[in-house]
Design a protein around this ligand. Sequence first.
Ligand SMILES: *[C@@H]1O[C@H](CO)[C@@H](O)[C@H](O)[C@H]1NC(C)=O
Ligand SMILES: *[C@@H]1O[C@H](CO)[C@@H](O)[C@H](O)[C@H]1NC(C)=O
Ligand SMILES: *[C@@H]1O[C@H](CO)[C@@H](O)[C@H](O)[C@H]1NC(C)=O
Length: 483
Amino acid sequence: MKDSEKVTCGAQARPSASQKLMVWLILFMCVTYIVYSLKLVSTPTSTTCSHAPFSVQRLSAPNGTAKRERKTELRHVVFGIAASAKLWEQRKNYIKIWYKEKEMRGVVWLDGRVKSEAKEGLPRVMISSDTSNFAYRNKQGHRSAIRISRIVSETVRLGLKDVRWLVMGDDDTVFVTENLVRVLNKYDHRGMYYIGSLSESHLQNIFFSYGMAYGGGGFAISYPLAKALEKMQDRCIQRYPALYGSDDRMQACMAELGVPLTKELGFHQYDVYGNLLGLLGSHPVTPLVSLHHLDLVEPIFPNMSRVESLQRLTIPMKLDSASLIQQSICYDTKRKWTISVSWGFAIQIFRGIFSPREIEMPSRTFLNWYKRADYTAYAFNTRPVTRNPCQKPFVFYFSKAKLNSTLQQTVTEYERHRVSHPECRWKMADPSVLDKVVVYKKPDPHLWDRAPRRNCCRVMKSNKKGRVEIDVGVCRDGEVTEP
Ligand SMILES: *[C@@H]1O[C@H](CO)[C@@H](O)[C@H](O)[C@H]1NC(C)=O
Ligand SMILES: *[C@@H]1O[C@H](CO)[C@@H](O)[C@H](O)[C@H]1NC(C)=O
Ligand SMILES: *[C@@H]1O[C@H](CO)[C@@H](O)[C@H](O)[C@H]1NC(C)=O
């Protein structure tokens, strides 16, 4: 053994014949071992190893996607609406816009009695339980935040059957319920999910949290999570008396439960002032789920009341909810115009050719929540409304719609918003010759079952004076929006 040790370790030693034999023996054994083990590894790889991860998956998720339960429908959702007796008479008109008594379940939680009118088609009204023994120590806020945060627990305690999701909203939140269901169907309701979106204001998100669902935009809690929350929420709330609102209290409890926010960009808190055209004209490629702060922003259609303009939006919503306010961008190459369609809401026509990466950015028609803050204080990219007076967009607002049942195609009309435009000396076709834009589009209920992609639009050949006709639909093979 000592000799062999010398052979392997010491290169200087002169090997004897027996030592040489020993080296060959060891080498032979090594080669045999390597060949044998290689064989062991290589042959079974193709059979066992490549399949191993799948068999593990099957074991751990016996009821995986293949055997998923039936799709979530509106009847599986319970809405919990935060309201106050003082504003009820006015705010209930927003709820009437979207709530359908026969298809939905919901409870409006109030802080006092109101005249209840059963025939109005509103959700049932309940009075929240007393929270005066909870501490509230925020100087800016109001202690109603505690009552509103507890709506989740109080709704769970009603013991409703066959509930998959609790969806919270304010009395001035308007939901596009078909799109809400589309979004919820992306998630397994048997897991714990907290789904919503952030504020438009970077400062708000810094001040509250980038991990919080803003309450006014609405948020969804899967039922198992709601039940887990119910067990601890009252204790949890007592631990955060200094927080401002109901949604930061909710997030504090979610953090204790260890459940992060799942962000869905179709929920809109709309912490802005002014005109929503910039935001609704360049919506992210995701279904429109909610609108909020409708009392604070201008009516979404000009020359109409807030409630009337939301009622108008329900016309295209009924025809093709998945496509509501979805953007498509195309060019009138002859007249050198850029056309941005926000289906069912507005068309903007710009003189000149803008790239899609510019036009898909919201234009700053709105003002910051913090009035002294500028565009650097938004939580997303924006662009100025116009960089040159000639490029101020001509806006056409949705006016009417119909379904051509023979062609299975929606026909939506948009009328020009007649406002003054700065003088423009460009030798270029003037969009003010137009009165109307007509858009043809097939309803697309399965839009969100596919990978997200903007629709394509095409300017149609038309000899009708004063109007542009546009075809909107799924992009064809090889079709790209090329400026
Ligand atoms: C999976 O499905 C089986 C039969 O379909 C059922 O008995 C079982 O409870 C399910 N498991 C889970 C975790 O849902
Ligand atoms: C606004 O509405 C009123 C009444 O509905 C109408 O008379 C007026 O012409 C409208 N103004 C514009 C600019 O459309
Ligand atoms: C549907 O479109 C076709 C072709 O443009 C037209 O001939 C027909 O009148 C339209 N039908 C309705 C109901 O608008």
